[in-house]
Structure formats: C-alpha cells, structure tokens
Design a protein around this ligand. Structure first.
Ligand code: NI
Length: 157
C-alpha cells in the first residue's frame, strides 16, 4: 500500500479512454489498495485510475459509508436531477455547479471480479457519475455551469 501521485488537469492521461480489466492481477490489486489510500489521504470521495496515471476502468468511492471498488463499471439507469457544487482531486482548490442525476443504478465487478449492482442517490449518485466520466476521459469542468470557484479548506488539525 502506498500513495500515488494524483494527476492534475492538463495532464493528457486525464483525457484518454480507459481499457477494461480482464484479469485482476496482483499489480491491479495493489493499484486498488493504493487508490483507496490516495483517496483517503486527499480527503476525496472518489478516485478513478486515470487520476493516478493508469488507463484502466477502475474507480474507488467512499461517500462516508465505506469503500466501494468498481471495476468495469456501467451505468444502467438514472433518474431525477440534482444541482450542486462538485470538485475533483485533479482540479485542486476548485469547485463548480454541476447538474447530475439524483438516482443512479450501476453494475460493476468487485475485487473478486464478481458482478454487483449498486443503487445510489444524491452524493453517491453524483460520485458514481463523476468517477465513471473519468474512465472515458471526461472531467466535470466540461459540464460545469458557470465559472470554477475557489474552495476554502479547513486548516489541518
Ligand atoms: Ni474527479
């Protein structure tokens, strides 16, 4: 387990389409562990593999209810709409208004390469949409409504 460097907007790796995972090798298992560590260290609610420079369809999410690992995720259904501020670890210190579905149903493989279905509302729905966009090379800044705003961080305790 180790921290990985988070790539910042402007790095071309963030605009590429990621390849599906066919076999979960020890190397990719280590990647997932590192992505979780890196996400928690950065106090993010999600991280996609391209954000640490790996073009594979893997995301990790934790909206405060425990870690979710999604391999080869696909959105199956969406419903409703939510409006709110969104940020990204690859765009540090910034946030902007983004409209997302309020409900998302998705499927993915877990760390044992078993398929599971996940349903999320509000922040979880937003996080799933945001992270899956990364796998196709898209950033929230492309769909932001209005300018990016500076975010104030709490001082470190
Ligand atoms: Ni992001």
């Amino acid at each position: 387990m180790a921290l990985r460097e988070i790539r910042i907007q402007g790095d071309p790796v963030l605009n590429k389409v990621c390849r599906p995972v066919e076999t979960l090798t020890p190397r990719l298992q280590e990647l997932i562990d590192d992505m979780l560590d890196t996400m928690y260290e950065a106090q993010g609610v999600g991280l996609a593999a391209p954000q640490v420079g790996v073009l594979r369809r893997i995301v990790v999410i934790d909206v405060g209810e425990g870690p979710i690992v999604m391999i080869n995720p696909e959105i199956l259904e969406t419903a409703g709409e939510q409006h709110g501020m969104e940020g990204c670890l690859s765009v540090p210190g910034k946030a902007a208004e983004v409209t997302r579905p309020n409900y998302v149903k998705a499927k993915a493989l877990n760390e044992n390469m078993e398929e599971f279905i996940i349903e999320g509302e509000e922040l979880l729905a937003r996080a799933i949409c945001h992270e899956l966009d990364h796998l196709d090379g898209h950033m929230y800044t492309e769909i932001a409504e209005g300018p990016l705003q500076d975010v104030e961080y709490d001082e470190e305790e």
